[in-house]
Design a protein around this ligand. Structure first.
Ligand code: GLC
Ligand code: CA
Length: 548
């Protein structure tokens, strides 16, 4: 069992995976819980200590499970409740926590509630959703799935009314004004808490309430409800957590932490695209600016840092100019674009550049927060931008060079999505088995990175201070926690760079490089000099003088 520290999430290394895409145990072409259980050893060996599962509930799968038709049932092709319980137990016995999805904002239009609601104006479920005679209410609310939806209202012929939806039109928004909706959702939360899961990703959490004359995002009512939900959870389960998916500007993300009484964690959406800008521009400014703009968060809270996930690389929260830059640099092929973002995995975004991938991981694993790895990115898996929607980054995990990438024994035509087969990222060359056998592989490199991080709580819990550097291609910071002092230096450039730092505060300390335990020259009076190879980085521990 994992230890019972309520702040465990500060030391978490999260692995995001889709049950459907991970491992198929019964040869029907679809990954399942029994398959996932078989692959827990792999995840333990990699060194992650927390798993985040995409939705696995009953669903017509028109939004890959984010369209839930029964919150308390598991999609039969993934397994059943007892498989799920066995999975949670097996994960816990390996010291891994489990986060699952809580989709509050909307249901599938196939949910019993919606079926009943649309039947008649007097249906007892009518008020579970947001209806309107006219389709022009809440005009200030933006449309999120721009490539598919023209309006946040859809006409329902059965109901003879328009209903509100922030995502696909088959995902009607629940009406959180209705106390019964709030109560039912709390009950669903309780249901899953009882299974022993360690926390919830709160999907699409800014959109719960609507109000005329507002953007219908981040409303005070939404925060009040989340605080209520948190208090109810804390009362019985003090070590379970909420992780907010709030894709918002800094000033609007910050309130999801409340005063330490709302969400324990939130994804750092503002930082993510700016990391990609910084490496492409070879300039630290985008990262420095956004981190400086970010208001501090409460002590009992933590950022979830990520580079890629199951969605497109979102560019909603950047300026138009920044968005143009990102699209120009990273989505030269129009097929790579989706809505306001880019549907690519990490390795293709870096054109397969190993050093660039390592550098991005150095940032991901050393900046303040808990890092999230997207399944397959530890192998440098590729994508397929010709599959519809976001499916191109949700293809089967590449286990080996065998048929179907070792993911499934089904007929190839039966797979839920085709495996990646191109000559660069295809499973014949990029797969877990081959990389485990190769000590220099990206898998082994990532594994080592995780092992090093685990030795220093300063990574997850320490303060951060940027170190000024006259070379703008260098981004350096000091992370400190209790007696640990870490110095991190990253070279954003594809060429070698010199760096010079004022380290007077650490005079007589010895920087010890963490990968090889190599002692560097003692810090003296003069500026400290380092040279960094293309896209390289240093993680140092600063050792105090023996008599200090
Ligand atoms: C979140 C999910 C995304 C889903 C959407 C609607 O943004 O990450 O995959 O489509 O919510 O539920
Ligand atoms: Ca299966």
């Amino acid at each position: 069992m994992p230890e019972k520290d309520p702040l465990w999430f500060k030391d978490a290394v999260i692995y995001e995976l889709h049950v459907r895409a991970f491992y198929d145990s019964n040869g029907d072409g679809i990954g399942d819980f029994n398959g996932l259980i078989q692959k827990l050893d792999y995840l333990q060996d990699l060194g992650v200590n927390c798993l985040w599962l995409l939705p696995f509930y009953q669903s017509p799968l028109k939004d890959d499970g984010y369209d839930i038709s029964d919150y308390k049932k598991i999609l039969p092709s993934y397994g059943n409740m007892s498989d799920f319980r066995r999975f949670v137990k097996a994960a816990h016995s390996r010291g891994m926590r489990v986060l699952i999805e809580l989709v509050l904002n909307h249901t599938s239009d196939q949910h019993e509630w919606f079926k009943q609601a649309r039947e008649s104006k007097t249906s007892k479920r009518r008020d579970y959703y947001v209806w309107s005679e006219r389709a022009d209410r809440y005009q200030e609310a933006r449309i999120i799935f721009l490539d598919t939806e023209k309006s946040n209202w859809a006409w329902d012929p059965a109901a003879q009314s328009h209903y509100w939806h922030r995502f696909f039109s088959h995902q009607p928004d629940l009406n959180f004004e209705n106390p019964r909706v709030r109560k039912d959702m709390q009950e669903i939360l309780e249901f899953w808490l009882k299974t022993g899961v360690d926390g919830f990703r709160l999907d699409a959490v800014p959109y719960l309430f609507e109000r005329d004359g507002t953007s219908c995002e981040n409303l005070p009512e939404t925060h009040a409800f989340l605080k209520e939900l948190r208090a109810a959870m804390d009362a019985k389960y003090p070590d379970r957590i909420f992780l907010a998916e709030a894709n918002q500007w800094p000033a609007d993300v910050r309130p999801y932490f409340g005063n330490g009484d709302e969400c324990h964690m939130a994804f750092h959406f503002p930082l993510m695209p700016r990391i990609f800008m910084a490496i492409r521009k070879e300039d630290a400014a985008p990262v420095l600016d956004i981190v400086k703009k970010m208001p501090a968060i409460p002590d009992n809270c933590q950022w979830a840092l990520f580079l890629r996930n199951h969605d497109e690389l979102t560019l909603e929260m950047v300026t138009q100019e920044e968005r143009d830059y990102m699209v120009r640099e990273y989505a030269a092929d129009a097929k790579a674009k989706l809505n306001l973002g880019i549907r690519r995995r990490l390795a293709p975004l870096m054109s397969g550049g190993r050093r660039a991938m390592e550098l991005l991981n150095s940032l991901l694993f050393s900046m303040p927060g808990s890092p999230v790895i997207y399944y397959g990115d530890e192998l440098g898996m590729g994508d397929n931008i010709y599959l519809g929607d976001r499916n191109g980054v949700r293809t089967p995990m590449q286990w080996s060079g065998d048929r179907n990438a070792g993911f499934s024994a089904a007929d190839t035509a039966q797979l839920f999505l085709p495996v990646i087969e191109d000559p660069v990222y295809g499973y014949q060359s990029v797969n877990a088995e081959a990389q485990k056998r190769t000590p220099t592989s990206f898998f082994h490199w990532t594994r080592r990175l995780l092992a090093i991080r685990k030795q220093y709580q300063a990574f997850g819990r320490g303060t951060m201070e940027f170190l000024p550097c006259t070379n703008s291609k260098i981004i350096a910071y000091v992370r400190a926690y209790e007696k640990q002092v870490l110095l991190i230096v990253n070279n954003l450039s594809r060429y070698s760079q010199p760096a010079e730092f004022d380290l007077n505060a650490y005079k007589d300390y010895v920087p010890v490089e963490l990968f090889g335990s190599v002692r560097f020259p003692t810090i003296g009076e003069l500026p400290y000099f380092l040279t960094l190879g293309p896209h390289s980085f240093y993680w140092f521990r600063l050792e105090p003088p023996a008599n200090g």
